[in-house]
Every structure is written in structure tokens, then in C-alpha cells.
Design a protein around this ligand. Structure first.
Ligand code: ADP
Length: 599
């Protein structure tokens, strides 16, 4: 509201009120004045009529005096009144205005009738003769009991023009109206001036209030120096602003704290109202449900997230006001398993729901892995044990005396025991690596030397399959720090796999590239290759692409799992590149020293 807009309305109201009050006052005043004037006029008319009566009586021929007209006209010129003499029958003998003209019988005029009855008649009416509003007063020429000469009574009537009588009132009214309007306008002008001066701070308050609403706090210094109510208002305004600012700060801090807490939570937190409109959603919840925070907040959950289990669980809580716990898979890629707990949440007068979500994908995968692992271990160990049991039984049932074959059976038992031993040794190694308890001895190794020794170890096996083992090391040599035994285990596993899965008469290559920060070792074969989907899984424990072939070739299914864990424990990474039917390259990247691991 601008003050300049309110002022005209205010003034209009004031002037209207002023005029209404003035009108009422004038109406009452003029009414009273009229009555007063009427009373005075009546008395005056009475006096004049008595005077006229005496004068008429004093005329030598009384009412019939030929000089009567002159007298009444003379009187009218002095008193400004109309005089009429009427005989007892009502005949007009003379009239100061019309003279002796016959103006009809006046016996039935109300003032004459009244005078006849009461001795005096007063009327205020329009003259039929002159067609003017007049005041009439009539008295009998002779009062009752008075001796009447010629027995002929009559009436003396005096008439004053109403307009002349009330002229004063009209002038007064005119003057009073002019005064009222003038004083009203003057008062309004002065009031505007005063109001404009006094109300000047009002727009400042309006502006300040607008600023406060927009979150801007302003001071009103000009007003606090005043000594009036505006100062009190400005002071109160300042206190209110300080209080508001404090509350806003507290609220902001609180909400920032809550946001920080929610943002740092691993659990997804979601709050919805009774319509399932999202009130709060932390970052973790958005990530778990694979939606953008802006899409989720303030929107209906079922419109943004299409997971029926989530919607049903919330709906159940909203209807029953009880907690609900459930687990479901998201539709995102990759799919996640979410465990949710929905609790009722008082939300104004209704009930909303608070949802806490845990991403249990890894947990469930781990549980599955553990279950699979136990099943796999049992299965893997069962095979050689069954063979051992079968051979032992055969021997017990008589084959022990079969001089030709009994040694074969014992050898088979020994072989299976070796397999069992290898499997158990691999399992123990794996478990040690997984527990993170394995300790390494970091020493300088010469890769050329390590490669040569590895080649020697696999020479016989390679020749058996007519394979070449080639070595490729940088010419200037490659010396770096690592655990010699671990490196040997990595190489042995990779080279033995390469020999196992290579095409006969092909080449297996062990090579290295020396980078400033790391050393990359590659074992390449031209063999069966590994399909893309299997490449993702070959590092899992007991995972084999071709189970029977692996077992026939003496594999435990743990080799690559051990390699991966060992490489990781040394602070390195392993990758595989392979094409089905063409061959495979395993690349191991190892840090140049133990610093990377310690950090
Ligand atoms: P295994 O004892 O069976 O060799 P690993 O863990 O060493 O177990 O290997 C897992 C699986 O990966 C193997 O069963 C095999 O199918 C596949 N694999 C490993 N190395 C190669 C390779 N060089 N060429 C083709 N397949 C391989």
C-alpha cells in the first residue's frame, strides 16, 4: 500500500462525514430557527393587527370609511404586510393589495374561521388570490362583550410573505453551507498536510516488511531517532527482525545439519506424506532408486519410482500405521537388492511414512558366494576322496594280491591324495590372502631372471604339448621391488594355464613392459580363448569354463582366484583380454615398490 493511495480515500471519507454532520446540524438548526422566527412573526403580526384594528375603529365611518384603502396601503408601505378587512359575512371590504376589487368571500378562509371561533386565527398557506405562500393572522374587529356600532363586526387580517420572513434563514443556510464546505476543505487540506507529514514513515515500513518477507533484514535508522509512536513501532520492528533473523538462522542451521546427516548416511532415507508425495529424500535414496533428487522431491513417489514392492509397503504402513519390512530388487541396471523398513511418521494431522533403505546387494552376493563356496569345496574334495575310497576298497577286496595291478591302484590313491593336497593347499593360501594376514618380503627382483626360471620349470610340460615358451623383457632389463615368492606363484599359475589351454605346437609368451610407476607382465597364449561373459567370472573361486577339461588337466579352479588376490595384495591389478578360439593375454600390473601398498 502506498500512502498516496490511501490518503484520497481517507479524505473522501472525512469530507463525506463532515458534510453529513453539517447537513444534520443545519437541518436541526434551521428547524429551530424557523420555529423561533414563526413565533416572533406571529407576535409581530398580532401587534400589527391590534394596531390596525384600533386604527380602523378610530376611523369616523369605521370599516366603511372611504379612506380605509388609503390607510391600509399606507400601512403596508410601512410594515411590508398585506392587510385585509373582512365583514362578519366574510365579504372583503378592502385589501391593501387588490383594493376594493371583489376577490371573493373570505368567510371560509381557515384563519377567519379560527378567528371567529377562538378570537385569533393564524395560518401558513398559499394565497388563493395572490398565489403566494403567506402567513396569515386574523382577529375580530370587536372582541366579544365590546359594543359594536351598527351591530356590524368584521375581521382584520394581516398577511406576511413567507419568503420575506424566512429570508434570514435562507441567507443563514447559505452562509452556513459555504462556511461548512470551506472549513471542510480547509480542514481536509490541513489534515492531508499533517497526515502526509506524520504518515511518511508508513511506506518505509511497508518496504521494510516486503524486504523481510524476501529474507532481507533492513534497519530503519531515521525512525529510531524520532520521539513518537513511530519510534516505538520502529523499535518493535527492529526487535521482530532480530528475532526473525535468529529463528531463521537456527532453522537454516538445523536443516543444514539434518541435510548433512542425511547426506552422509549410507542408508537411503525417504519420507512421504499420506498421498505418497516425497517430502525428504537423501542422496543415498536417490542413488539406490536410480532417480535424480529434483525428480523425487515434492513429487508422487509412484510416479517417479515404479517398484511395486516399495509402493505396497508404504501403502500398508499408511493404512495400518504399523511398521513394515521387506526386500526387493530394483529395476535399475545393474539391479540392486534393497532391504527397506517403513515406519509410520506423524505428519501434521495425517500420517506419513519414513522409509530407511539398505543396499544389501553385496551382502546377499557374499552370502550366496559363501553358500556356493561351501558347496563347491565339498564337491571338489569329494571327487578325489571318492576315488581314494574306491581304490582302497578295490585293494581291500582282493586287488592287493593282484601283483600286476596293485601298484597302479596305490599310485592312483597317491595321485588323488596329491590332488587333494593341492586343493587344500590352494584353499589355505586363498583363505590366508583373503584374510589379509599374508606378509610379503619386498626385495629387488630381476624380471629376466624370474622369467627364465619360470620357463625352465615348465619346459618339460611345454614340450609334452609341443609348445614354445618365449620370453620378452625390455633390453635394458627390468628390476623392481616385489615379493619373489608371490611373483613366482602368479607367473606359475598364469603360465600353467596358458600351457593347459594353448593350441598344441603354438607359442606361449611371457613378456613385460617397464613403466616409470609400474611394471606390466603379460602371459599370452594362442589357445581356446575365453568368452566375454566368462572373462568376468574366471577370477571367482572354483569357476571353470569347462569343468571336466579343467579337472582332467589337473586344475583346481582356484588358480586365478589366488592370482587375483595375490596381485591385489601386492598393490597391483590384473586384466584379461581374450578372443574365443584365438587366445588369451593376462596382464598383471605391479607397483615398482612397496610404497604404493603401504600408502
Ligand atoms: P583351473 O585350475 O581350472 O585352471 P583357474 O582359476 O586357473 O582354474 O582358471 C579358471 C578357468 O579359467 C579355467 O577353468 C579356464 O576355463 C579358464 N582359463 C584360465 N586361463 C585360461 C587360458 N589361458 N586360456 C583359456 N582359458 C583359461
Amino acid at each position: 500500500m502506498r500512502f498516496s493511495k490511501a490518503l484520497p480515500n481517507f479524505l473522501l471519507g472525512y469530507i463525506s462525514l463532515h458534510l453529513v454532520i453539517a447537513a444534520i446540524f443545519l437541518f436541526v438548526l434551521t428547524g429551530w430557527l424557523r420555529d423561533q422566527l414563526l413565533d416572533q412573526t406571529r407576535l409581530r403580526m398580532q401587534d400589527v393587527s391590534y394596531g390596525l384594528r384600533e386604527h380602523v375603529k378610530a376611523l369616523p365611518a369605521g370599516m366603511n370609511d372611504p379612506e380605509l384603502l388609503k390607510h391600509v396601503q399606507n400601512l403596508e408601505s410601512r410594515v411590508q404586510a398585506r392587510f385585509t378587512i373582512v365583514d362578519s359575512e366574510g365579504q372583503v371590504l378592502v385589501d391593501s393589495r387588490t383594493g376594493y376589487k371583489d376577490i371573493g368571500n373570505h368567510g371560509s378562509r381557515p384563519e377567519i374561521i379560527e378567528a371567529r371561533q377562538k378570537g385569533i386565527g393564524f395560518q401558513q398557506r398559499t394565497s388563493e388570490t395572490l398565489n403566494l405562500p403567506l402567513l396569515y393572522l386574523a382577529i375580530p374587529l370587536y372582541e366579544p362583550g365590546e359594543s359594536i356600532p351598527n351591530q356590524q363586526n368584521g375581521f382584520v387580517r394581516v398577511a406576511f410573505e413567507e419568503q420575506a420572513v424566512f429570508e434570514t434563514i435562507r441567507s443563514l443556510q447559505k452562509f452556513l453551507w459555504i462556511f461548512t464546505i470551506g472549513s471542510g476543505v480547509l480542514a481536509a487540506a490541513l489534515m492531508s498536510l499533517f497526515a502526509f507529514r506524520e504518515m511518511q514513515p508508513l511506506p518505509k515500513f511497508a518496504e521494510a516488511a516486503r524486504n523481510v518477507a524476501a529474507g532481507k533484514y533492513v534497519m530503519l535508522p531515521g525512525l529510531t531517532r524520532r520521539e513518537d509512536e513511530w519510534k516505538s513501532l520502529a523499535d518493535a520492528f527492529a526487535v521482530m527482525q532480530a528475532e526473525l533473523r535468529q529463528r531463521e538462522t537456527r532453522l537454516r542451521e538445523n536443516s543444514q545439519r539434518i541435510e548433512a546427516v542425511l547426506g552422509s548416511m549410507v542408508e537411503g532415507v525417504l519420507a512421504v506424506d499420506n498421498q505418497q508425495r516425497v517430502l525428504v529424500a537423501n542422496q543415498a535414496a536417490c542413488e539406490m532408486l536410480d532417480v535424480e533428487p529434483a525428480d523425487l522431491t515434492h513429487n508422487l513417489l509412484q510416479e517417479v519410482v515404479r517398484i511395486p514392492e516399495l509402493g505396497h509397503a508404504i501403502q500398508h504402513t499408511l493404512l495400518t500405521h504399523s511398521e513394515r519390512q521387506t526386500e526387493f530388487e530394483t529395476l535399475s541396471n545393474p539391479r540392486r537388492i534393497l532391504e527397506i523398513r517403513v515406519a509410520p511418521m506423524p505428519e501434521q494431522r495425517e500420517f506419513g511414512a519414513a522409509v530407511v533403505m539398505h543396499d544389501v546387494t553385496d551382502l546377499r552376493a557374499l552370502e550366496n558366494m559363501r553358500r556356493d563356496f561351501v558347496a563347491n569345496v565339498s564337491h571338489e574334495l569329494k571327487t578325489p576322496l571318492a576315488s581314494i575310497k574306491a581304490y582302497a576298497e578295490t585293494l581291500r577286496l582282493g586287488a592287493i594280491h593282484d601283483q600286476e595291478n596293485n601298484l597302479d591302484f596305490v599310485e592312483q590313491i597317491e595321485d588323488q591324495a596329491v590332488v587333494l593336497d593341492r586343493q587344500i593347499a590352494d584353499l589355505l593360501l586363498l583363505s590366508e590372502l583373503e584374510s589379509g594376514k599374508s606378509t610379503f618380503e619386498w626385495t629387488e627382483v630381476d624380471l629376466a631372471d624370474i622369467f627364465q626360471k619360470c620357463r625352465k620349470r615348465f619346459l618339460v610340460e611345454a614340450e609334452r604339448r609341443d609348445l614354445e615358451i618365449a620370453i620378452g623383457v625390455p633390453e635394458r632389463g627390468c628390476i623392481f621391488e616385489t615379493d619373489r615368492v608371490a611373483l613366482r606363484s602368479i607367473l606359475d599359475n598364469l603360465v600353467s594355464n596358458a600351457i593347459r589351454y594353448a593350441q598344441p605346437s603354438s607359442e606361449v609368451k611371457i613378456s613385460a613392459v617397464d613403466y616409470p610407476e609400474r611394471v606390466q607382465i603379460m602371459v599370452t597364449d594362442h589357445g581356446v580363448g575365453i568368452s566375454d561373459e566368462n572373462q568376468e567370472r574366471i577370477f571367482e573361486r572354483f569357476y571353470r569354463v569347462d569343468k571336466a577339461r579343467s579337472r582332467d588337466l589337473g586344475g583346481t579352479g582356484l588358480g586365478l582366484a589366488i592370482v587375483k588376490h595375490t596381485v591385489n595384495a601386492l598393490g597391483g591389478t590384473i586384466a584379461v583380454e581374450s578372443k574365443l578360439g584365438q587366445g588369451t593375454t593376462f596382464s598383471v600390473r605391479l607397483p615398482r615398490n612397496s610404497n604404493a601398498v603401504k600408502d
